[in-house]
Design a protein around this ligand. Structure first.
Ligand code: CTP
Ligand code: MG
Length: 229
């Protein structure tokens, strides 16, 4: 498997839904920061040549020291994160080393993602897809509601998928999409951004372990996943 992939890791969020404390990426899960868990796994993927972390402002040095021992042969770049996830990703993209032509974007908050998933996403991009996202079937019935909370539609669950990271892109596709973004725009994932600029987004099977730690309950689940391994 060629080492042709750079992984951008937005890690500059505050973790407000997790409750008061350090920035989420630096909160501990069984003693190690979420970011350390995430990067250790990403660095173990065979495709990965470089990792660019968007760190919480002021924590750049601490993040570099934290990760130096787990990146192995991968090149590590640390940039200062931005005020929004989009800005953090844009900054990391701008600082990515020039050679890798496959770019993955991976949330630090998906700290237990297996290395194999990163390799599978990269392989699908290498295989010719402009944009690739790992997905899982949705198990809850999902309702669309109006501003007052009344149900207006029930999309057919069989056609819905929950989207994870790492999401993968041909470098040129992601660079073009980010270059076209207007200041202050927001979107919920990178694939929806590139889709807006005309790229087709391919799905591959995700992993339950690639769950995102968002609320305190998710930390309990992550602890259980870690203890099982
Ligand atoms: N992120 C980032 N820069 C920001 C905001 C978010 O790099 N300004 C990152 C987070 O660190 C996280 C990923 O984007 O790894 C997904 O965001 P989310 O789960 O929403 O994390 P937070 O923004 O930290 O959490 P919250 O929204 O609860 O504050
Ligand atoms: Mg957030």
């Amino acid at each position: 498997m060629p080492r042709d992939t750079v992984v951008l890791v937005p890690a500059a969020g505050r973790g407000e839904r997790l409750g008061p404390g350090a920035p989420k990426a630096l909160r501990a899960l069984r003693g190690d920061p979420l970011l350390l868990h995430a990067v250790r796994r990403i660095a173990a993927a065979e495709s990965v040549a470089a990792i660019v972390v968007a760190a919480p402002p002021g924590a750049e040095r601490a993040v570099r020291d934290l990760l130096a021992s787990v990146v192995g042969a991968a090149e590590l770049v640390v940039v200062t994160g931005g005020a929004s996830r989009e800005e953090s990703v844009a900054r990391a993209l701008a600082a990515a080393p020039p050679d890798p032509q496959v770019v993955l974007v991976h949330d630090a908050a998906r700290c237990l993602c297996p290395p194999e998933l990163a390799d599978e996403v990269a392989a699908a991009v290498r295989g010719g897809h402009d944009a690739v996202v790992p997905v899982l079937p949705v198990t809850d019935t999902v309702k669309q509601v109006d501003g007052g909370g009344a149900v207006v539609a029930t999309p057919d669950r069989a056609t819905l998928r929950a989207v994870q990271t790492p999401q993968g892109f041909r470098r040129e596709v992601l660079v073009r999409a980010y270059a076209a973004v207007a200041a202050g725009e927001t979107w919920t994932d990178d694939a929806s951004l590139v889709a807006r600029y005309g790229a087709a987004v391919h799905t591959i099977p995700g992993r339950e372990e690639a769950m995102k730690v968002t609320r305190p309950f998710d930390l309990l689940v992550a602890e259980a996943v870690l203890d099982r391994a």
